[in-house]
Design a protein around this ligand. Sequence first.
Ligand code: AP5
Ligand code: ZN
Length: 214
Amino acid sequence: MDIILLGPPGAGKGTQAQRLVENRGMVQMSTGDMLREAVAKGTPTGLKAKAVMEAGELVSDAIVSALIGERLDSVGASGAIFDGFPRTKHQAEALEILLAERGRKLDYVIELVVDEEALVDRITGRFTCANCGASYHDTFKLPAVEGTCDVCGSHDFKRRPDDNEQTVRTRMAEYRAKTAPILPFYEDKGLVRRVDGMANVKAVAAAIDAVLDS
Ligand code: AP5
Ligand code: ZN
């Protein structure tokens, strides 16, 4: 099963994708994670993407579509969760082609419906494990043992450079202007399912499970 998790910054795409990886063996295809990895390694893609990401703007369609294309062959029968991709009409069309070339097709586009103002708090409180990438939050999801990752036991955590309020506002404006307009493309195909992303993490997970098991 191949699905898209669609929603503005902080909607919970990454959090829910991680859960689907653990519970269903699906493969998370996060262009944000791929780009952050490229920036950390200082690859040519990373050098192009760094300033764009720090400004909260979108990296070029060609770059992100290529990143997805490179990794799609490694996705097995359990399927892919597209997280943060596609983000423009052009990327949505590129994904159709990439999937069709491999005899795959999208099963669902799950829209996480959220209140943007609440998301600013979610994002500015977010931190992740520097070792395994598990996601936490200062208020909503602290590790069970203070300062220790629940998943891997690491004591090393980090925060994203684009998680400040000003950049978050630009990221949200980009979502409204360029990403939300792709919803009708998927609505016409009958693929969109709406989930209340303001519920707690477990309730959102249950709602997504209900869609995938329907
Ligand atoms: P990307 O990494 O994709 O970031 P994003 O879309 O802004 O989304 P986030 O990762 O901020 O949020 P999320 O929805 O995953 O929320 P999370 O689960 O972490 O992109 C970053 C940048 O890369 C872009 O700005 C762009 O420059 C570039 N880029 C990436 N892809 C691109 C593309 N395709 N094209 C062009 N450019 C691209 O949750 C947030 C916090 O809330 C966490 O702390 C979490 O613990 C908490 N939380 C989650 N769910 C809940 C809940 N239900 N209740 C309470 N708290 C919750
Ligand atoms: Zn960890």
